[in-house]
Design a protein around this ligand. Sequence first.
Ligand code: 5RP
Length: 257
Amino acid sequence: MEPRTEQDRAKWTAGTAAIDAYVRDGMKLGLGSGTTSHWFVRALGKAVADGLDVVGVPTSTATRDLALEVGVPLTTLADVERLDLTIDGADEIDHNGAMIKGGGACLLWERIVADASDRMVAVVDDSKVVETLGAFPLPIEVIPFSWESTRRSIARLLAKHGYSDPELRLRTRDGETVVTDSGNYIIDAHLQAITDPLVLDAELNWIPGVVENGLFTGIADEFVIGFADGRHEIRDTSSAPSARPTTTLRKGRAPVA
Ligand code: 5RP
């Protein structure tokens, strides 16, 4: 399969450049979700066919299915304690490497796999890099029980932070509620501009019923930007602050007080 559009070509560039820059023999890898990650997984399958020795933990059932199709050997976090590296996409990324993720509804597994990794590298096409997060609606994964009440709590928290009456839309596809790989729902918060990603990343998860939110702050150590003309750039964000305590305080990055 070859990239067809300009944006696909940029995504392909980011995904393949990440293999050259970061993937080495013997690594245990987190395999991201979404189209950019899938270009990475396809290229990884080719590298494995050429003799690269790696094993992957997928961040969604879709990525698991693709990895099996292209011949990337898989394992689980039940069998391996730590991963060397996770490579995953983003819906938006700012200059600190803070991201909005979850456009593909895979944010929970993506966060768990990233957290079990010694290093996380985001792969994005150039359209994903923004000054301020929030034009892309923020996905919030909630359990189905009383999701309407959870949504009201989210609205109250957002109002406290100055987001007055944002649209909080239950995600549907073809008229059906989207159900995540963990059996949960997604509420997309249309915030337009998120000026305080560190605060929201931490506080949204305080709400009972919220399983995870799509703000990933202090998780990407680096990010690879792909361009349609085949160029790529790598940005180091390893010293950006993290919103909440994590089992992986990479390179001494401290949580905000
Ligand atoms: C899925 C994700 C994806 O990484 C994100 O949606 C980016 O997708 P794409 O590479 O298709 O633009 O977070 O939950």
